[in-house]
Every structure is written in C-alpha cells, then in structure tokens.
Design a protein around this ligand. Sequence first.
Ligand code: ATP
Ligand code: MN
Length: 424
Amino acid sequence: IQLNDGSNLSGLQVIADEKLENYEEISKLSTGAALEVWGTLVESQGRGQDFEVQSEQVLIRGTAPGEEYPLQKKGHTLEFLRDIAHLRPRTNTLGAVFRIRNTLSQAIHRFFQDRGFLYVHTPIITANDAEGAGEMFHVTSLDLEQLPKTKAGKVDYDQDFFGTDVSLTVSGQLGAEGFALAFTNVYTFGPTFRAENSNTARHLAEFWMIEPEMAFMDLQGMLVLTEEFLRELLKECLDRHEEDLAFLQKMYDQELISGLKHICDTPFETLTYTEAVKILENSGKSFEFPVEWGCDLQSEHERYLSEVHVGGPLNLIDYPKDIKAFYMRLNDDEKTVAAMDVLVPGVGEIIGGSQREERLDVLDERMDAHLKEELWWYRDLRRYGTVPHAGFGLGFERLVLYLTGMENIRDAIPFPRVPNNAAF
Ligand code: ATP
Ligand code: MN
C-alpha cells in the first residue's frame, strides 16, 4: 500500500500481508481510501524506498469508490484539477506546490523577524479609494435590492455600516508607512483584493502580499535588501524541497533547479527605465505594444528584458513619474521617480516598490484636492518627524509560481478567486 499523509511527495510503503485479519477487505481497496496503520518501521527489502512499514493492523477509516474517484493514478491536466480544487491537494503536483508555499511563508516571516522587523496587520476593509493600485471590491451591509438614495439620486452611504463607502484593500502600504515611522522596520503579510477583470495567468482577484516598509532607507539600500531576501527564500526551498523540486522539474520545467541555483550565486542586474526602453527599441523585435519613453511596460517587454536580455532577475528603477503612484519619491531630474520593479524570467514582475516621497511640499504637488482631504493622516506623517523611507510589495503567489515552475497563478493558491469563479 502506498500511504501518504501529505508530509512528503513519495509517502510511505506499507506491507499488508495475508496474516492481517481484514486482508480480504484491504485487498479490495482502491486509490483515495483513508487508512490507519499500526506496525513496525523497517529497512526496506525492495528498491525505490529506504524504509517501509510492516503492518500489524490496518484499520479502514474511509473507502473511495474505485473508478468513480475523480483522481485516478493516471496524470490529470492542471485545468481538470482546478475544477476539483477540493481534491487536488492530494495530487503530487499540488502537494509539492503547497508544501513549498508553506515553507516560503515561514521563511518570509523568519527573514524579517531575524532582522527586527515588526509584523503589522493592516486592515482589510478600507475607506481609502485612493491607493490607486487597482479596481476595488465594494463592501456594504446595505440591502442591494433596496438601496437608500440621497436627494441627488446617489447611493446614501451615510446609512451604510461605516457611514461611508468602503472597499477591500488593494495594499497595506499606507498604513505600514505610519508604523515604519514608529517601529523603523515593519512588514505586512496578508490578503489583498483587486477587481481588475484581467483573466491572465498572473492575476488573481484575491492574493497575498508581503509589504515591508523601512524608515531611513533609500532605493539603493532597498535593492540590496530585496536581493538578499529573494536569495534566502530560494535557498530555503532548495534545502528543504529537493524531492518536490525534482518532481516539478521532471513534470513542468526542465531548468527549474538549475535556474534557481543560478540565481543563488549571480548578482541581480539593475537597469533604469530609460535604459530599458532603449534596449527594447533596439531589440529589433516587433512587440504587440510598441515601446516609447513614457509608456507603461507590458508583460511582453518585461519578459524580454529578464528572459532574453539579462537571462535572470532584473531590477528596473527610475520610472517616469506620470505612470507611477503619487507617493513615489521624485528624482532630481524631476521627470522620474525612485520606483523599483523586480522582474524574473517566466513570471515578469514579482515585486513593485519605491522610495517614498517624504517632502510634504513635493508630495502635495502630486496629490489633488480630493486626495489631500481623504489622506490627511498620510500627509501628517510628513509633518511630524518625516524621514526618507522605502518599501515594496511582493505578490506571494507570483513568488510561488517562480519557485515551483508552475505557469498559471491559479495553481499557486489553494482556492483561486478569478473572474466568474469563486466556487470553492
Ligand atoms: P501588474 O502590473 O503585474 O498587474 P501591479 O504593478 O499592478 O502588477 P503592484 O501594485 O506593484 O502590482 O503590486 C505589487 C505586487 O503584487 C506585484 O509586483 C505583483 O507581484 C503582485 N500583484 C499585483 N496584482 C496582482 C494580482 N492581481 N494577482 C496576483 N498578484 C498581484
Ligand atoms: Mn507594480
């Protein structure tokens, strides 16, 4: 019997012989049954495993219906498995992915805790519609069938639970900044939500984000920290998941392990946005979206830069201010901001961050009246002991994709939320 409790890929071989009183029943079991086994762990006589259990008692706790069981031993496509998201954690592939996901989440906390960062839990419901990172999901306790209206015919949010219009957060950054000015180095690690209707292999409507925020930190310092951070996570996975990674490599990505090892000992390259645009313009490639200075880079551009031009992870910095958020620090050229994206082969952007604008007068230039009113407390942070500070957001599922060689972000999270699908 091949028995698996999920702790590793290969499970444990159990020898069940005729001496067992329920041998007859056991011999009729099929894939998917649940057993409790008592016996002795011995060195294996056979090949393929070091140990096995010589069973003395095998208790059948739950049977599975043979051919009707949706997970047969033959391989299933990842698409098929998404339709049985409640069963797919039992498969070799998703088992490996979720073990690695667990290790990564622990390693992330350890990285920051070892360096004295404070873990801060920023709110999930927010009244700031101005974070600007994406479309938001509204949260309300009003009766949608009978919405109260104002005289002007708009929804009357005064009567809503919070007395105002609120949404699910797209980022914990603004709150984390307040905490960084009290605790120096902090990080969030929590769910974020974006209602962008982009049905891509890189976007989820609900995803987890890690957002460190560091006082007395500039962009250059953050590049060093980010690299150290990603490398430590990689090493932890390589150390602890040899078997899982070898399996994923065999099934999905022939260069997975060598690619990860390569990154462990190659420094990341850094290019400015302006340099990157020149490289793209001179690449001789015809992109679907044409490139010129000032445009937002599309995933085809990001992938060209990291996969073809660099062949590894790449920091892209100093983006035009007009395509980046108001809180990013204006560079001395007054055209660009101290932004940073980390691009990796196969995935594209996994990190987006920046040095924050700590000068109130410069910040005010980039906020309109509405924003200033709504984010009065954020402006306060620049009035009371403002310091240079910087932070980034790492999309956890994109990191999982990168480290597992999976291609679709729906296979990097237990129960994906994407347009038209929240079934599980
Ligand atoms: P993209 O351009 O890829 O849509 P973004 O620039 O909108 O991402 P940021 O606002 O910079 O994303 O968010 C920080 C990080 O969060 C990104 O680098 C990415 O890793 C992750 N992320 C952003 N949107 C999503 C999403 N919808 N699903 C999963 N991860 C995401
Ligand atoms: Mn970004």
